[in-house]
Design a protein around this ligand. Structure first.
Ligand code: SAM
Length: 821
């Protein structure tokens, strides 16, 4: 469900570097280093990952060894150096490339601090996770970051070591101001079951924390701190010492859109003056921006419950609580509170708007397909990746599928028609490709892939959400995490689809104080989350934007709940499309009750391409299309890919009718009549016929030979047949039966095209345009309807969506009049 790698050109395009930055970057040694890594041929990526695996294995075999001491001054100097480097990279145009590994075994503590015994740095060993122990320490340097947040720490004996905390919420791409708020000088922490490792140079040791929940931020009044005797004096933190000063500091962060830093500053303020309403209200707002809705709700409710709260404070608290409920998809509760705001401030424009939005969301989650404004969503997705719509679960449920990894799948709960809506799901979390100068290369040891920033951010945001919305943790825990995952994924029927869907939005039972003290209550298993992302993440190709080249970091990466339980089939019984970050699944054929809902994880016509992609997730695909193509033999499949690549490399001027005819002929020759897929679904033939149709259309247009359009129409009909569409009326001229009205559709409305649905709609429009050019308005109108039906089967939305989606095509083909025919 993720894009493949591509060459440097598309990588740079996907990173979004400007020409000037690109030129500068090309002269930078780190760029060359990144290019060398990112454009490695597949075998080299595999080899690099194997080397990393070997290194982990040899460290495991070597076993624990003595700690490598480090001098306080040296550590302080290198921290200061890395901090300067970070500052420089954040304030200059320099590009930075960060390399990280995911998917290797790592520890996340599940034992509460109170049940752990203290350990000192001097008693720790390298290559060891100190299970059963905690390390009390405090930072004696300012923090910096590479992929992880780093700082120098000392224990009560004054012994020092470097600390690296990976996956801290909000720390990816954090500025120094945010880092200084998370880990200011003199921060006292307890590290649960810490791991000491050697760095990659093999010269120095450091403490590596993978799960941010293993870091416990200690309050000055904590018994552990009260009992501690430090050999060295604490470094002055420079933090404000009154609630009001913390509020001002938080407000400054808030203004600069550093919402995590703001929330931490407000939290510090609340330690001085616990019931401060303004601090609670401000923090609730910061949490809303961070999408930590349960935490926001908890703060707002504290203010609401206080009987002395009145006036603007009450209005703000009600409004923020309502926004939090809305974020948790509890639209009815949200609406009730927005209405309460209107009691205090009748006609307040914002709340009036929100009441309406709640109404619309409730309608969507109740009524499904007809309640969504598909055309509006399409337009909205052109400007914003985040769409505001409700989830909807249609006639589907989770079922036991023992032969599939994870043991589950999704089935229809009743008979379903082609094109019927099956589910609409908002993402659990989304990560975005690099837009700044900071680029990530992440080597995945579970799937032997290379990822970019989008995957690194997805993992980090998933961790943050599990921490901020603890009630959603079971959802993430239950996702399939690959064959090596421990513990094994839960067996069917738990958790059922409805529970998964509910957990995605609801936060019942949350303590909702997750970030209050920066001590996070929900333990996070980072390895499971990394692996769950590996096996369930979707690469978002927004239907409203031009398709992007598949590179290691070209598209946002998202995690969904119920859609993650749908198994793969290249010719699936359903198809998925992303409207912004919202995934919409529809049936591609008529389904009987109990029939499995499957969809293609990778949308490619070529068997070779699909097989390569899927082999990383599960052996080979057993869908009927792959079985058919395998019968043709690997050589022919490779030949089809070669022919397609060769034709695609032609310049437009060279894509002549005769070149396209040769392409069709050569492609036909790869199918053996009788033995192979001849006469059945042949997605590669759609490409060839599509190319010929296009070449013929260009020729007809250039020469003005109207008679040529007949062949254009026939060729496009053949293209449609190649993707499984039954063309009922292939006639090019002559009278149609009197019953054949303009609205009679000349194709069988029994299944959507296999794989290349967008091409199929364009080809049906090409047929329409051909009849229109031949002055056959009746056939043109009928093929126009066929194109709309093909689009409807995949996207729904009827004529309204068809109009916005293909407006430019109607204009280009000069067929806009067909709407009125
Ligand atoms: C996104 S999950 C799908 C749901 C999964 N079956 C579960 O129980 O959670 C993807 C994993 O399901 C399994 N799977 C999906 N489609 C499959 C197929 N066609 N053949 C074999 N395994 C498949 C693979 O193990 C794959 O990595």
């Amino acid at each position: 469900m993720e894009p493949n790698m591509a060459g440097p050109e598309s990588i740079f395009r996907s990173i979004g570097l400007s020409e000037s930055t690109l030129r500068r970057a090309m002269n930078d040694s780190r760029t060359q280093h990144m290019l060398a890594a990112a454009t490695l041929p597949e075998e080299d990526v595999v080899a690099q990952i194997q080397r990393a695996k070997d290194q982990f294995e040899s460290e495991r075999r070597l076993g624990p060894g003595p700690r490598v001491p480090v001098l306080r001054e040296h550590l302080a100097m290198s921290m200061a150096h890395w901090r300067r480097e970070l500052q420089k990279s954040l304030t200059t145009d320099e590009s930075i490339f960060r390399r990280t590994y995911i998917g290797f075994p790592k520890h996340s503590s599940r034992t509460p601090l109170s049940e752990l015994a203290p350990i000192r740095l001097a008693d720790m060993q390298v290559r060891k996770t100190h299970v059963g122990s905690y390390l009390l320490c405090r930072t004696f340097t300012l923090p910096t970051r590479l992929v992880a947040i780093c700082a120098g720490i000392e224990d009560t004996d004054g012994v020092v070591q470097m600390l690296s905390i990976y996956n801290f919420p909000g720390a990816l791409s954090a500025t120094l101001e945010t880092l200084d708020e998370i880990l200011p000088l003199g921060t006292t922490i307890a590290l649960r079951e810490p791991t000491m490792k050697m760095d990659t140079s093999g010269r120095s040791a450091f403490i590596r924390v993978d799960s941010p929940t293993d870091v416990v931020f200690l309050d000055a009044k904590d018994p552990i701190i009260l009992d501690a005797r430090w050999r060295t004096p604490a470094a002055p933190s420079g933090l404000p010492s009154t609630a009001d000063a913390c509020r001002l500091r938080g407000n400054a962060h808030f203004k600069a859109e550093r919402y995590l830093a703001a929330s931490i500053a407000y939290t510090r303020g609340l330690r001085f003056e616990p019931p401060s309403k303004s601090l609670l209200l401000n923090r609730a707002l910061a949490y809303l921006h961070l999408e930590y809705y349960s935490a926001a709700l908890s703060d707002a409710e504290l203010v609401i419950r206080d009987e002395t709260t009145e006036g603007q404070d009450r209005v703000k608290a009600l409004f923020r609580a309502a926004r939090a409920y809305y974020g948790r998809a509890e639209y009815s509760c949200a609406q009730q509170l927005f209405k309460e705001v209107l009691v205090y401030e009748p006609g307040q424009v914002e709340s009036v708007g929100w009441v309406r939005r709640c109404e619309q969301r409730m309608k969507e989650s109740r009524d499904g397909d007809g309640a969504y404004d598909w055309a509006g969503m399409y337009k909205e997705a052109q400007d914003s990746i985040h769409l505001d719509v409700a989830d909807w679960v249609g006639p589907v449920e989770v079922a036991s599928m023992p032969s599939r990894g994870g043991g589950r799948g999704v089935i229809a709960t009743r008979d379903v028609r082609v094109g019927e809506l099956l589910m609409v799901a908002k993402p659990y979390a989304v990560g975005f490709p690099a837009t700044t100068r900071e680029t990530y290369l992440s080597y995945n040891l579970s799937t032997t892939e290379i990822h970019g920033r989008s995957r690194v951010e997805l993992i980090s945001r998933t961790i943050a959400k599990v921490m901020a919305e603890p009630s959603s943790a079971p959802l993430v825990c239950s996702l399939y995490a690959g064959p090596d995952s421990l513990p094994a994924p839960p067996t069917y029927p738990e958790p059922a689809a409805s529970k998964l869907a509910a957990a995605a939005g609801s936060a019942q039972g949350n303590t909702a104080t997750t970030l209050t003290n920066l001590t996070l209550v929900q333990d996070v298993d980072v390895l499971h989350i990394e692996r769950a992302c590996s096996f369930n993440a979707f690469g978002i190709q927004n239907i409203s934007s031009a398709p992007k080249a598949r590179t290691f970091d070209s598209t946002p990466s998202a995690l969904y709940a119920l859609p993650s339980l749908v198994n793969h089939a290249c010719a699936g019984t359903a198809t998925w499309a992303c409207w912004g970050d919202v995934i919409v699944v529809r049936a591609t054929c008529n389904l009987q009750r109990g029939e499995e809902v499957t969809m293609a994880y990778v949308n490619s016509s070529t068997y070779v391409d699909r097989a390569k992609f899927l082999s990383k997730y599960f052996g080979s695909c057993d869908c009927w299309l792959c079985a058919q193509e395998r019968r043709d033999g690997e050589e022919r499949c490779i030949e089809r890919e070669r022919l397609t690549d060769a034709f695609r490399r032609y310049t437009p001027a060279n894509r002549t009718v005769s070149a396209a005819r040769d392409f069709v002929k050569a492609m036909e020759a790869t199918y053996i009549p009788g033995l192979s897929t001849a006469g059945q679904v042949r997605p590669m033939m759609q490409i060839a016929y599509g190319a010929l149709g296009m070449a013929l259309r260009m020729r007809a247009f250039e020469t003005g030979q109207r008679s040529m359009y007949g062949e254009v129409a026939t060729t496009y009909m053949q293209a449609l047949e190649a993707v499984g569409i039954t063309v009922i009326d292939k006639s090019l001229r002559g009278r149609l039966a009197p019953s054949d009205s303009r609205t009679t559709i000349p194709i069988a409305m029994t299944r959507a095209p296999v794989l290349e649905w967008h091409e199929a709609t364009l080809q049906a429009l090409g047929i329409c345009a051909s009849f229109y050019a031949m002055l056959d308005d009746l056939r043109a109108a009928r093929w126009f309807k066929a194109a709309q039906w093909l689009n409807d089967a995949i996207f729904g939305g009827g004529e309204a969506l068809f109009r916005v989606q293909y407006a430019h095509v109607f204009e280009d083909m000069n067929i806009s009049a067909c709407f009125n025919m």
